[in-house]
Design a protein around this ligand. Sequence first.
Ligand SMILES: Nc1nc2c(ncn2[C@@H]2O[C@H](COP(=O)(O)OP(=O)(O)OP(=O)(O)O)[C@@H](O)[C@H]2O)c(=O)[nH]1
Length: 362
Amino acid sequence: MSSECSESSARPIPVVVLAGFLGSGKTTLLNHLLRSARGTRIGVMVNDFGAIEIDAMTVAGQVGSTVSLGNGCLCCAVDASELDDYLEALTRPSAGLDVIVIEASGLAEPQELVRMVLSSDNARIVYGGLVQVVDAAEYDATRARHPETDRHLAVADLVVVNKADRVPAAELGRVHESVAALAERAAVVDAAYGRVDPELLFERAAPRDGAGEGQLSFDDLREDEHAAHPHAGYDTVSFAADLPLHPRRLMDFLDGRSEGLYRIKGFVDFGAADPANRYAVHTVGRFLRFYPEPWPAGEERRTGLVLIGFGMDAEGLRTALDGCRVTGPDDTPEEHSMWGVLRYVPDKGDPEPAASEAADAI
Ligand SMILES: Nc1nc2c(ncn2[C@@H]2O[C@H](COP(=O)(O)OP(=O)(O)OP(=O)(O)O)[C@@H](O)[C@H]2O)c(=O)[nH]1
């Protein structure tokens, strides 16, 4: 097994909650994710999986997994009270999943599901954000009939304004603006038939051993929807630094991260503040976690981050991150400077120490 593989299996599995009003296009989006997964193994939980294309799941390599659920398939019909049991089954190392998506039924309160994920005592998961799907054509009618829609949007991390094909451009723009105003810090992206870039929801898995050796997978042969809908409207900024980052200044940067900065992923070198470990960092919307892990033997000590967002000021972000670097011996982090970072490190026995805090914010 390559070090990449063993590393990724040790990393917590993001659990993404997918919500939206009845008929807004959640299942369509999920099918799109499954189809364009390209080797990323997605576990799915839905209340009713009748509408999921089992064919797409087979293509994505989901069916026939070693996880044994009642229905023999990773896609499971869940009752909220069973959530923990299913998470337990889906996160067994033998399942080899990279991400889990829970589709809330159209009537469910997404906050409830998010709370349940955050308060789960499953040490192998990390909350991966709340994605809310909106039907652009039914937006006004849905809000009028269901005032709670506004509340649901306010707690989302990513809002997909779906059915863009069903409304004129000007109308789509109006809905987008209205959603963006209600959705506070969420990233808002327009889509038709749920075709969003999967990278917005989760990181694609690194190729596994034995994968991609000569033979094209069924996935590869499918229409490349990813290429057909390139990165609609969002930007990616990469940042690398050979000098360690100052923990307090990085926390200031993260605390003040702008609304459009939707995801950050990568590794941080805190230098003398913790010479033994590198810190995997993971943000989605307002959610932030650090995962310290020993530096792999022989690996160069450096920071590498990828920032994904909408309407970001790339130069401004790079400058701000440059400013987080430790500049020399006179700039040694003070004794307690790691405390701010350690607040976001899950405990081994209690995977989400800040869960109640995060849930309160929802
Ligand atoms: N025109 C158009 N139709 C869409 C789009 N996305 C989904 N649909 C259709 O809208 C209907 C509802 O889509 P679903 O994906 O089942 O919606 P859902 O949110 O999962 O529905 P529930 O499970 O009932 O809450 C289906 O007939 C889809 O084919 C889109 O972007 N444009």
